[in-house]
Design a protein around this ligand. Structure first.
Ligand code: HEM
Length: 272
């Protein structure tokens, strides 16, 4: 497993907990991110693709053109914006798997049929959700466990997907706290551990949405960064913002996130 990295994206809103789309414009050169954990994370992907294939890979047979186009886009982007990175494509593999083996991101392909549906995905680093349960389903169904999504995010998200064009991509952040640093967390369990706050981890997902020009499919990438909370608690501003977010999150969100009483324990530990 790759070592937990220092904080790459804080993701905390200083105003407290907010359920928001939070989309920001994405420049092409920032679509994919490469860092020192690349070799370790790609090795982990390779291992998961061998041992846990049905957990991390879902291919419906739809979206085949889009997967080929995605592989072309991934190789072109790496060659252009990350020239130091080795780009060796195994032509015998499904293009989604070949693309996934080149990047630290998880890759999801969505197509507009009656609704936007997840038609192919390689997700080696899920944050406690099951790809098998989501494949083939709509954006709304995918997000059904997320408190507040239906009321405040479903309609705007659908609209953004319908209007997305290849020259205007976006990125956003999600964050959570987990009592385990493993990148591969397919379990749906929301039961919090009893471990001390110092043994928890701040997990940030940097997500991008991008429309492919030829197939008109949408690619959703998820890049996961994990930092040990113990390494972040010395930062006053971070700790203040984290506590504010944990305290102001609605009970349903806290339960969904599996936070248990981490806010109270963290407050006690930091004397706030
Ligand atoms: C702009 C688009 C999107 C927005 C605003 C959005 C928003 C969210 C939010 C707020 C959550 C809750 C996560 C948390 O608080 O920890 C979530 C969870 C999730 N999202 Fe999205 N999302 C978007 C696109 C997508 C797409 C395209 C996929 C396709 C795979 C996806 C898959 C998921 C999954 C699998 C979960 C976890 C659901 C569960 O716990 O069962 N999201 N999303």
């Amino acid at each position: 497993m790759a070592a937990p990295t220092p904080l790459t994206y804080s993701a905390l809103d200083p105003r407290g907990w907010r359920l928001a789309m939070g989309l920001r414009p994405l420049a092409p050169e920032h679509w994919l991110e490469v860092d020192a954990n690349r070799d370790a994370e790609l090795a982990r992907k390779s291992d998961l693709l061998a041992r846990e294939r049905s957990t991390v890979l879902a291919i419906t047979g739809e979206g085949e053109d889009a997967c080929r186009e995605l592989l072309e886009e991934v190789t072109a982007s790496l060659r252009r914006y990350h020239p130091g990175v080795a780009v060796e494509v195994d032509e015998s593999e499904h293009p989604l798997v070949a693309a996934s083996r080149l990047v630290q991101e998880d890759l999801c392909v969505l197509e507009r049929h009656d609704e936007w549906r997840l038609v192919a995905a390689c997700v080696c680093f899920p944050s406690r959700w099951s790809l098998a349960e989501k494949i083939g389903t709509s954006l709304d169904a995918i997000h059904s466990p997320v408190p507040g999504y239906d009321e405040s995010l479903a309609a705007p998200t659908r609209k953004v997907f319908d209007r997305l064009e290849p020259d205007r991509s976006f990125w956003r952040l999600n964050w959570t706290l987990l009592d385990n640093a493993d990148l591969f967390q397919p379990a749906v369990a929301r039961v919090p551990g009893e471990s001390a706050p110092e043994d928890w981890f701040f997990r940030v997902e940097r997500q991008t949405i991008r429309r492919l020009a030829r197939s008109r499919a949408i690619v959703f990438t998820i890049r996961t960064y994990v930092s040990a909370l113990s390494s972040l608690l010395g930062d006053e501003e971070f700790t203040e913002n984290l506590l504010r977010a944990l305290r102001s999150a609605p009970p349903a969100t806290r339960e969904y996130k599996g936070w248990g009483d981490i806010a109270e324990r963290l407050a006690q530990r930091t004397g706030r």
